[in-house]
Design a protein around this ligand. Sequence first.
Ligand code: RB5
Length: 147
Amino acid sequence: MKIAMGADHGGFRRKEALKAYLEEKGHTVVDVGTDSTESVDYPEFGKKAAQLVASGECERGIVICGSGIGIGIAANKVKGIRCAMVSEPYSAALCRRHNDANMISMGARTIGGDMTKEIADVFLEEPFEGGRHIRRVEAIEEEVWEK
Ligand code: RB5
């Protein structure tokens, strides 16, 4: 599978480790950065990874920052992105089964490296259930909610 990956300085090392793990498993990773632990702003990397997924260039996206929160919020600003912040495998499965999530965000400061890999495996393998969940996902995609 072709996967977009991005991280800020807080998620850089974890991104590198997860990228190596996924590539070893045969996936293709498109890495939008960042490329070091030098301080950067997470919105840029959430946006770039999300645009690769929304455009169809990549099938899924995985983004990592310190908490997993900011970079996921940024990714969700791109139309067509359903990015779930995930800290354990069951939520990774549910975000695929029920929400057809096309991206996940994780926190390098909140979960360990092995958990990151386990979550990524579940996210990439689990199918969308369809059925009653289709209209719910479509409602998110089609409607614009004014403030
Ligand atoms: C960076 O210090 C930190 O704020 C960022 O990685 C992330 O946790 C933001 O949500």
